[in-house]
Design a protein around this ligand. Sequence first.
Ligand SMILES: *Cc1c(COP(=O)(O)O)cnc(C)c1O
Length: 424
Amino acid sequence: MKVENLSSRDKKYLWHPLTQHKLGKPQLPITSAKGALLFDESGKDYIDGIASWYTVMYGHANDTIVSAMTEQMQKLDFVMFSGLTHEPAIELSEKLMAILPDNQAKLFFNDNGSTAIEAAIKMSLQYFHNNGEKRDTLIAFEDGFHGDTFGAMSASGLSSYNGPFEDFLLKVVRIPTPKEDNIEEVKSKLSEILKENSCAAFIFEPLVQGAAGMKFHSAQGLDELIGLCQQHEVLCIADEIMTGFGKTGKNFASDNLSNKPDVICLSKALTAGMFPLSITSCTQKIYNRFLSDEVHKGFFHAHTFSAHPLGCAAALAGIKLLNSPKILERRNYIENAHNSYADKIKDHKKVKEVRVMGVILAIDLQIEMERYGSLRDELYNFFLQRGVLLRPLGNTIYVLPPFVISNKELQKVYDTIAEALDTF
Ligand SMILES: *Cc1c(COP(=O)(O)O)cnc(C)c1O
């Protein structure tokens, strides 16, 4: 009997996300993973240069996290979070409150990034509804990304994802991200919007727009925009799903702001990539708006797997690691190594711009795109052949490795990018 390999079995019944199945190569089967490495069927290894969509920051199959989850699974696997509660969620709320910005007071659990955003949007709309106000407009950045469910997609400004659904989205008005040279311009555009619309919330990826190509913007500029919104009682929602848990240098990108967001969304590295779980945190003032003798003024929104104990256990173990001496040493090392590497390649003729924030390194390429069917796909395959997993976004290559990547592995990622710069 012929044993079919995983690639051909995959093709038979599976439909992959973000994939045009008529084009492109088969999906690469991964059979195991450890630390910063992924292994395929033949035993070939690949360095996970983007921490599997910036989730597994403490490395794949991290022993501490695996044992915390195993222990939890044997004690309490799962219960509903409506009417019942459990220690992992309670302890996680205590540990998170200790590191979140001071104005955060309540945590609402969901099960993935998009649903954290949905909860944030619905919370904002109902916040005004409960007060007899109808505020129907959201403010968001151009090219933001907030997820693929309808509310989240409405807030997202990347038209490549939204095309077929444009007619069915919530009302959103957009502003450019603030840079050193346009802050006044963006502020006056925002003032106009605030005057002409009934705005409920401003939703943004603080400091770094991930899916847009790891684009950075000004913390001071964002701070001023939040200030303006808050003057109009518009709720400010920081989507820290990508930036949270040490990516930008601090625990949260919001730690760089003096005007703190009213709502913060967390997922991805929250559970160290080990379990789908997310949190929408908010201020006491928002929470209080839902307290009433009228039942329907509560927040009637739930996901079956809210606050799954396994996810909470993974998150608790992850938070303990985040600022442990060993991980702090790695976070510093990676940031310094990124900076030295950026210095080295910044004048390369194929490099248009290179930027570093925390453990994020992004390189915008200056390459004649016309010479390639899809430069992005060719780069992706080039890296994969050399044992490095990177997913370029358009003509931006970015590296966002697990904190535990070894010096040698990180150097190999850099060398492979250097080779690509000389090849393409
Ligand atoms: C990944 C991501 C989301 C969506 O999270 P999912 O778990 O994929 O639904 C939302 N916002 C940002 C900034 C993200 O990076």
